[in-house]
Design a protein around this ligand. Sequence first.
Ligand SMILES: O=c1[nH]cnc2c1ncn2[C@@H]1O[C@H](CO)[C@@H](O)[C@H]1O
Length: 377
Amino acid sequence: LYTGAPTGTRLLSTMDEHTPEKVVFNKPKVELHVHLDGAIRVQTILDVAKRRQISLPGNAKEQMTSRIILTEPSTLTGFLHKFTEYMHVVAGDREAIKRIAYEFVEDKAKEGVIYVEVRYSPHFLANTKVEPIPWNQKEGDLSPDEVVDLVNQGLSQGERAFNIKARSILCCMRHMPSWSMDIVELCKKYRQQGVVGIDLAGDESLNCDGNPDHRKAYEEAARCGIHRTVHAGEVGPPSVVREAVEVLKAERVGHGYRTLEDRDLYKKLLAQNMHFEICPISSRLTGACDPDFTKHPVITFRKDKANYSLNTDDPLIFNSSLHLDYSTAQKYMGFTEEEFKRLNIKSAESCFLPENEKKELLHKLYDAYGMIQSTAF
Ligand SMILES: O=c1[nH]cnc2c1ncn2[C@@H]1O[C@H](CO)[C@@H](O)[C@H]1O
């Protein structure tokens, strides 16, 4: 049974905890499922709160850290509540939003990620042209549209500074179908500025019914060639996965653990090379999976040579890093170097970049992994 990593250490000592011997796969990696608003540095939240004179229940870094992070398995609903501890600090603040995006790229570069797709809800960071205005903010002048522009700027500055590639995915939220058409329009508007796809996130345990507004947004995305992923089968039943793929035309499934409960669906998705965005540490702390990592669904995915990635999801709240997800897979699930290479190549093949850039990314991985390109898995 996994007893948990020492808590509170990553955020207090940045990434230094992960000394080279703990890095099990110290090679270029691809990450496809990580939430920007779940990947903020605690120090940044404190700095922004100070500048904006927002008082926090705990001003010391340790106090704020312990309020935000989850250390024991919870529920998806309980986990999602953690965002209310800090989202009001950064939402509506131009400088904070750009900074978060820039620092995110820096943190990923340090983890050896060479290509990342980061997702977020523009509405959750806005304070005007969003109904209702989130996090009890007063109305201001930062719209979801401008949020996307600011994140794009932060990411591209980060790309230049840290020499990796970062693209973004815009999230519709399960409980806010009225925002979904805005999202697809923003995907269309900013597709030349780094936005590569659409997602549907939020609480699948409370709200997993097919909704016509989400469906319309996804239809429009498909019509315009906007790439599509959907959180499904994280805690919701396999029927949510089926709907994501068949109705919303998802090209990738976010989490998708419970797909395994429907043999026919699982077989079908294996046969069509569906990509599953797996988040090991996340799945334990959200209560999505058995806390015993030796029983994790990704072990079945691996045995079946499925197409999947390993991802952090929300490293701020899980007090984790991509290294921790990889070392957990190695330590408790028997992952090998060969499998880490295979899954990263699968991730690159399933990313939302245009074909030519995807090829370039694949070349980089083959090269770094010492593989001859014709021996693709
Ligand atoms: O694991 C998850 N499952 C479902 N929704 C999530 C998860 N992690 C984060 N979010 C939700 O996605 C929003 C946009 O980034 C976050 O604000 C959070 O509400």
